[in-house]
Design a protein around this ligand. Structure first.
Ligand SMILES: [Zn+2]
Ligand SMILES: [Zn+2]
Length: 377
């Protein structure tokens, strides 16, 4: 007899729990949105190896750092990047410590392989007098001690002398030694790596280039033949279908009266050229349409003439570590059709042709779970 009210009380309780759960999920979703907006506040990577925004690295040292990190990537497949800034306060990110700034920036850029999570970020905030070496989640905490020793032995002593350039060069070399030479302090990422540098990818790339070069030449050749044929067909002699007299091609100004408004707009924009052939003997005429292969104008979805102009404004440029976005604005030059949408700009690819970069289908690159070491001076 009392089971009924008990049941309904239980259901009410369950309903309350579900509501609380829904609210919590909603709040979490809201909370998840803000970091991705905040990510736009982080500096962008314009170079795959070194972004010296604090301008503290000497040109010869910058060249040496880039060379060393390119070699590390070629031999070990490990992406490492150096970033210098003045202060984390210069960026609107909401991070109050160099640790959280480094972790979020690492994940925003997606440093390292997405599957191995083996990226390395060296971040020096010069006027904050803080340095952070952030490592990918694949290392766990196995590199923390080694990275701390790099900071303490090579970076901080030089930074104290205001010699950031030497500190970063020596520190970068030390990081690479600890990643590549097995020592007590060194560690490898937990996931297996190819033991020896593989030579075959570079051959494959050369082959591909050769093939695409051949293909490109072939297409250009065919294109040439096509153009010639087009010219021939366009200006070939033709007779009036009604009376058999040779027809005359009208010149550009006198053919306009035979074209409608949209066709005249196309001719003015250069997207389509119309030829009007007229019979000198009877009233018969013929309109031929020739689309300009090189015109930027696309066919309008409103009026169906080729009068649609597309403009692309970059909102956020793509970098080596993250994709960008652009706004495309389409406006018809003939009717009132307008359309705006955003597109993703794929992230920049490195020229080295490293198999680890961009090879995986998973986008976004490597993650850090906050492992690494920090120092101050
Ligand atoms: Zn005729
Ligand atoms: Zn239109």
């Amino acid at each position: 007899m009392f089971s009924l009210p008990t049941m309904s009380a239980r259901w009410m309780q369950r309903g309350m729990l579900m509501m609380v759960g829904a609210i919590a999920t909603y709040l979490l979703a809201q909370a998840n949105i803000s970091p991705s907006w905040a990510q736009t506040g982080y500096p962008t990577a314009n170079d795959p190896y070194l972004n010296d925004y604090a301008q503290v690295i000497r040109p010869e040292d910058a060249a040496s750092i880039r060379q060393s990190l390119a070699t590390l990537e070629a031999n070990q497949g490990i992406e490492a990047v150096v970033l210098t800034i003045n202060s984390i306060q210069d960026y609107d990110t909401g991070d109050s410590t160099i640790e959280s700034f480094a972790t979020n920036l690492f994940n925003s850029w997606g440093i390292g392989d997405a599957d191995k999570n083996d990226g390395i970020l060296t971040l020096v905030a010069v006027s904050d007098r803080n340095v952070r070496i952030e490592v990918g989640a694949g290392y766990g905490n196995s590199l923390d001690f080694a990275m701390q020793s790099v900071i303490d032995e090579y970076m901080v002593p030089n930074f104290k002398q205001n010699d950031y350039s030497s500190g970063i060069v020596q520190g970068t070399e030390a990081i690479i030694r600890r990643l590549t030479i097995p020592e007590e302090t060194a560690a490898q990422p937990s996931s297996p790596q190819s033991a020896s540098p593989d030579v075959s990818p570079s051959y494959e790339i050369q082959n591909n280039n050769y093939q695409s070069w051949l293909l490109g030449g072939g297409v250009a050749g065919l294109g040439g033949i096509g153009l010639t044929l087009r010219q021939f067909l366009r200006y070939r002699r033709r007779r009036c279908p009604d009376c058999g007299t040779d027809m005359i091609r009208l010149d550009e100004s006198s053919d306009n009266q035979y074209l409608d408004e949209g066709q005249n707009a196309e001719e003015q924009l250069g997207s389509v050229d119309y030829d009007v052939w007229q019979c000198p003997n009877c009233t018969s005429y013929d309109i031929n349409r020739y689309g300009n292969l090189f015109s930027q104008y696309k066919t309008c979805r409103g009026c169906h003439y080729r009068t649609l102009l597309s403009r692309r404004d970059v909102i956020r440029p793509a970098t080596y570590y993250s994709s960008g976005t652009a706004r495309v604005t389409e406006t018809c030059q003939h009717c009132s059709y307008e359309n705006t949408y955003t597109v993703t700009i794929p992230r920049k690819k490195r020229s080295s042709g490293s198999s680890s970069f961009g090879g995986g289908s998973s986008s976004g690159g490597g993650r850090s779970s906050g492992g690494g070491a920090s120092g101050s001076w």
